[in-house]
Structure formats: C-alpha cells, structure tokens
Write a protein that binds this ligand. Structure first.
Ligand code: SAM
Ligand code: SF4
Length: 320
C-alpha cells in the first residue's frame, strides 16, 4: 500500500492577494466560518491519524497567515510528539511581522511564493502585492531560523522566463532554495493566454548557461523536487515538474481543504468529507478507516496535460 506520511492542510480559503493564475480579482465565494474546520477539529484529526504514519504537516491556504491565531494551531500540532515537521506555504506579505511568533510556536520552516523579483511584474501577477514586504519577510524568516527557506517560483512562459537567472543570482548570496514549479492547469483560465507552463528541463538548461549545477541527492526527500547545488553559491535550486516529470507514483501526500474535505490529488476533482464525520462524533478508529480507504483509492496518475479542467474549486480553495 502507498505510504502516506504527509498532510497538506488548507486552514483558510481567504487571501490578501489575487495572483492571476489562482484567483479572480473579485475573489471567490468564501466559506462560512462555521463550515471551516476549527483548530480543535484539525488537531484531533491529526492526532487520530498519527498511527497511520503521519509525520509531516504543511499549512497552506488561501493565505494561511491571515487565519487568526495561527500560532495557537501550530502550538497544538507541535504538542503531538510524532509530528516531526510543521511547515507553511505563504505569500510572505505578513511574514516579517509574524516570523518570530511562528518560530516560537514551533513552526519548522517556510516556503515563500515569489514569482518575480521585479516590482512592477510582481504587482502584475499578484494584482496588488508589495515585493519589498515579501523580501523583508524572507530575510526575517532566515534570521529567526525558519530554515531552509524555500522560494516557490511558478515558471510562466513570457512572464518570468527572463528572470530565471536572476532568481539564481538571488540564491547565490542568500541561504534559500529557489524552486521552479511548472504552472499547472488549475485555477484561473481566463488569463490563459499569458499563462504558459515552462518545462523544468528547459529552465535547467537556461540556468546552466551561467551556473554549474550538481545534483544533490543528499537533500532528496520523497517530495516532488529534484534538488541541485549551485556551485559556489550559498543557496540551492530545485525543480518541480508536475507536468513534464510526473511524480504521481511516489506522491506521499493527502490534501485537506479548509472545509474538511480530503482530496487525494490536486488535479482530480474528487473529495471526501471528513468534517461531517467528525461532527457526527466518529471515533479515531473510524476516522483512520475512512482515511485508509482514501489512500487505497489514491489515483495512479493525473492527466494535467489535457489542459485546463473544469475544477469546481480553485487552488486557493483546495490548498495549493
Ligand atoms: N497563499 C499561499 C502562497 O501563495 O504561497 C499558499 C497557497 S497558494 C495556492 C500555494 C502555491 O500554489 C503558491 O506557491 C502558488 O504559486 C501555487 N499555485 C497556485 N496556482 C497554481 C497553478 N495553477 N500552478 C502552479 N502553482 C500554482
Ligand atoms: Fe493567494 Fe497564494 Fe493564490 Fe496568490 S497563490 S492568490 S497568494 S492563495
């Protein structure tokens, strides 16, 4: 049976940005507060699932840092001894002010999404984001020890392909891992014209015109990234090719939406409502059985290459 040791939990569908590939400008229809999982429900569910081998939790969203008192949730999860790693994916806007508290609450490290190092382009892709704030957030995260800080760059043909080398220059002097991620056909299709995925092999070839890369099997985890050292640099680089290098067969994660639905695959619109079970008073054993069945039914592969699907839910709602 497939070994699942990692749950990505979306703790909110709200966001303080509107990245063009993720959300329409006006936002999406938001969940009602009572339909979202409470911290207590999330904590109890994780505890119930620990015997299945869950060791790692990633908090995401929407923007996880806009959920009130997220530090409390991190402290609760940290109190479960079997959970080795608690990580967070954020757009970084609130990171400078929150990094210290997050570290103290027990967060292990952060991934910061950053698609451009140019102020105007950053505004264009996020619609109103402030690049300087994100850069300060990254520095603060490094300073307080939320390491290794990973920078997620969604690679988009015709938008940021002229900056791939600039991102490596950035990692040359900073202790970060820049990770190039192929744009996936999930989310907003109305701006599809500018949103073209850029195959990771081509990104690597481009980078190698200036830098020497050495595969780093040392930091190779069972995650989807192929990791490389940049010779002479402080930082490193990783590549995630959901389209060109499918990693479905080794995918070790389940996703839990903010309204308590398990989703075995990002791309496949199939969800299992665990929150209703919890609210009906299911025992830990029943929750484990429920999740084991989902793991057994986890698909062998996706068909993203077919293009933009008609997903009922956007990335911000699923939890990217
Ligand atoms: N708001 C947080 C953030 O932006 O980091 C967490 C949620 S966001 C949905 C998680 C990640 O998904 C971000 O790195 C974002 O760039 C990525 N993402 C969203 N839509 C995507 C798409 N269609 N293809 C590839 N990555 C996408
Ligand atoms: Fe918000 Fe993250 Fe989606 Fe951008 S990618 S709109 S920051 S949830």
């Amino acid at each position: 049976m497939r070994k699942i040791d990692y749950i990505r939990i979306s703790i909110t569908d709200r966001c303080n940005l509107r990245c063009v590939y993720c959300m329409p400008e006006e936002g999406v229809e938001l969940l009602k507060h009572q339909d979202m999982m409470s911290f207590e429900e999330i904590y109890n569910l994780i505890k119930a699932l620990v015997p299945l081998g869950i060791k790692k939790i990633r908090l995401t969203g929407g923007e996880p840092l806009v959920r009130q008192n997220i530090e409390e949730l991190i402290k609760m999860i940290r109190s479960i001894p079997e959970i080795e790693d608690i990580t967070l994916t954020t757009n970084g806007i609130l990171l400078e002010e929150m990094a210290d508290g997050l570290k103290q609450a027990g967060l292990s490290r952060v991934n910061v999404s950053l698609d451009s190092l140019d102020e105007n382009k950053f505004k264009k892709i996020t619609r109103w984001g402030n690049l300087e704030k994100v850069l300060k957030g990254i520095d603060k995260a490094i300073e307080v020890g939320l390491n290794p800080v990973k920078i997620n760059v969604v690679a988009i043909k015709g938008f940021n392909d002229d900056e791939f080398i600039k991102f490596i220059d950035f990692a040359y002097y900073k202790e970060v891992q820049v990770r190039f991620i192929e744009l996936m056909p999930i989310g907003e299709s109305d701006e599809e014209a500018i949103l073209k995925h850029y195959p990771i092999d081509d990104i690597k070839t481009l980078i190698e015109t200036k830098y020497k890369l050495e595969e780093n099997t040392h930091i190779r985890t069972n995650g989807p990234a192929e990791n490389y050292n940049i010779v002479g640099a402080v930082g490193s680089v990783g590549f995630i090719g959901a389209l060109s290098h499918k990693f479905c067969s080794t995918c070790n994660r389940l996703r839990l939406t903010a309204d308590g639905r398990f989703r075995p695959c990002l791309y496949i619109d199939k969800e299992y409502d665990v929150l209703s079970l919890i609210r009906k008073g299911a025992s830990d054993e029943e929750l484990r059985e429920f999740v084991q069945k989902i793991i057994l039914g986890k698909p062998e592969g996706h068909n993203m290459e077919d293009g933009w699907g008609n997903q009922r839910r956007k990335m911000s709602q699923i939890g990217g």
